[in-house]
Ligand binder design. Sequence first.
Ligand SMILES: [Zn+2]
Length: 143
Amino acid sequence: MWKGDKAGYAAIHGWVKGRSQAPLQCDDCGEEKPLDLANISQEYLRELSDWEWLCRKCHMTKDGRLDKLKKQQKTNSFNYTGVRKSKNISGCLNIYWNKRTQKWKVQIRVSGKSKHVGYYGNIEDAKKALANLQCFDHQISKT
Ligand SMILES: [Zn+2]
């Protein structure tokens, strides 16, 4: 019976525990330590092959790897935010991070109207595009 995520996990955990005998050594490092039953695919399958016995350290390391990945993604978006804060590079040229396209949107203001320049996957490319536009922009503001 499926009783929601937590109950389902506990039930499957119990099911695997009842069928898989804990080895003496950790599946990963081979050391003789108290072992945890760890899921491999994160899908908690009702299959013995989707589970392994790991010592606390290896279990933490494997889970930690996932956390690290998540943190890295967070750091990346934080950097993006940092750049976005200084979006007013010349006073009329702008770079925005576009969440939907996952690209840098370059936009300029000409006579009070915003003009779309393009999308760039790389912030450096967006900056280059801006640098090229800078002279163009000065011409406009002088006339
Ligand atoms: Zn281990």
